[in-house]
Unconditional design. Structure first.
Length: 317
């Protein structure tokens, strides 16, 4: 007889949601954007990404007037290069794309902070002298604008005069974020305890009534622990209410029950129910022919995965 693990319980609960509502749909959606002006050999630092321990991915659309190179580098490496501009050309370059004027930039991120870098590919008379940061013309991200303005000051000549561009290359950067676009509000489920008891064993059936499924696919988790082999089953309450006076009905009811275990002493298992199944009852007792010891107890616990939020069920079409 198969023993179900606690992990299976969690998986069963996770699967209950799609039965009750449609799956969420995700896609890339436009987020912040900015336009930066670059002279030959200029660099621009875009967003810094902070993926989780398993990494992540990004989607950015970039369009310039003249060719540029785009790549990702470690955030710490970029900050170090700001202090030592001569090392800018030695930066590690991840997911590099060269000689582009327009691109949809995609990259799988490693599990570390990474900064997006755009470099104008044109060279000036002295590339080292021209390896400065571009100028952010406009951005709907106030933090990004302030950071880039501060970084520009680090690498440009200190002067109160406005910066003059010899041959400007205006580059527009459109960032995207991964988000839900359809069926975004989903039902939320929790395991709600229906039964928890330790009782004195006897040869009589124990009946627990009052469980009513509220949606199709609703899961129950039943846990049993007993010193003797037990019968455990869910049957319609209309049948369970008559078992004490008509015990002969039990075998017929078990033939129709898809939620039952026979001869178990320690087990946790799950069963799905539909709303049209109606009220259900848990019945349990020692298997026929088992010698029931005196002063021994059996333990039982039953949980149901009930919707606790966003529970409106769409009408069937």
């Amino acid at each position: 007889m198969r023993k179900t693990t606690f992990l299976s319980v969690l998986l069963a609960l996770a699967c209950a949601g799609p039965v009750f509502g449609q799956q969420r749909v995700f896609n890339w959606l436009p987020a912040d954007d900015e336009t930066v002006r670059l002279d030959p050999a200029n660099f621009h630092a875009g967003r810094t990404y902070h993926p989780g321990p398993n990494g992540g991915n990004i989607h950015v659309e970039i369009k310039g007037q003249m060719p540029f190179t785009v790549f990702l580098t470690g955030a710490d490496e970029w900050n170090e290069a700001l202090q030592h501009p001569e090392t800018l050309y030695q930066l590690r370059r991840t997911c590099q794309q060269q000689h582009v004027v327009q691109t949809t930039y995609l990259c799988d991120l490693p599990a570390e902070a990474m900064t997006l870098i755009i470099q104008d590919e044109r060279t000036g008379p002295d590339p080292a002298a021209h390896a400065v940061l571009g100028l952010v013309l406009n951005s709907n991200d106030q933090v990004s604008r302030a950071v880039n303005a501060g970084l520009k000051t680090v690498l440009t000549v200190q002067s109160s005069l406005p910066r003059r561009f010899v041959s400007p290359n205006d580059v527009r950067i459109q960032y995207f974020h991964w988000n839900c676009v359809a069926n975004c509000i989903q039902p939320e489920f929790q395991w709600i305890r229906q039964i928890k008891e330790k009782y004195d064993l006897s040869s009589f059936l124990k009946v627990y009534g009052g469980y009513q499924p509220t949606h199709d696919g609703e899961q129950v988790s039943i846990k049993i622990k007993s010193p003797v082999p037990m019968l455990v089953a869910m049957v319609p309450s209309s049948v369970a209410d008559q078992l004490h006076s008509k015990p002969e009905m039990l075998e017929t009811a078990l033939e129709k029950s898809s939620c039952q275990q026979r001869g178990v002493q320690s087990l946790q298992f799950e069963c799905p129910f539909n709303a049209e199944d109606g009220p259900q009852s848990l019945v349990m007792g020692p298997e026929s022919g088992v010698n029931v010891p005196k002063h021994k107890k059996a333990e039982v616990e039953m949980l149901a995965s009930k919707c606790v939020e966003n529970c409106s069920v769409p009408e069937k079409q």
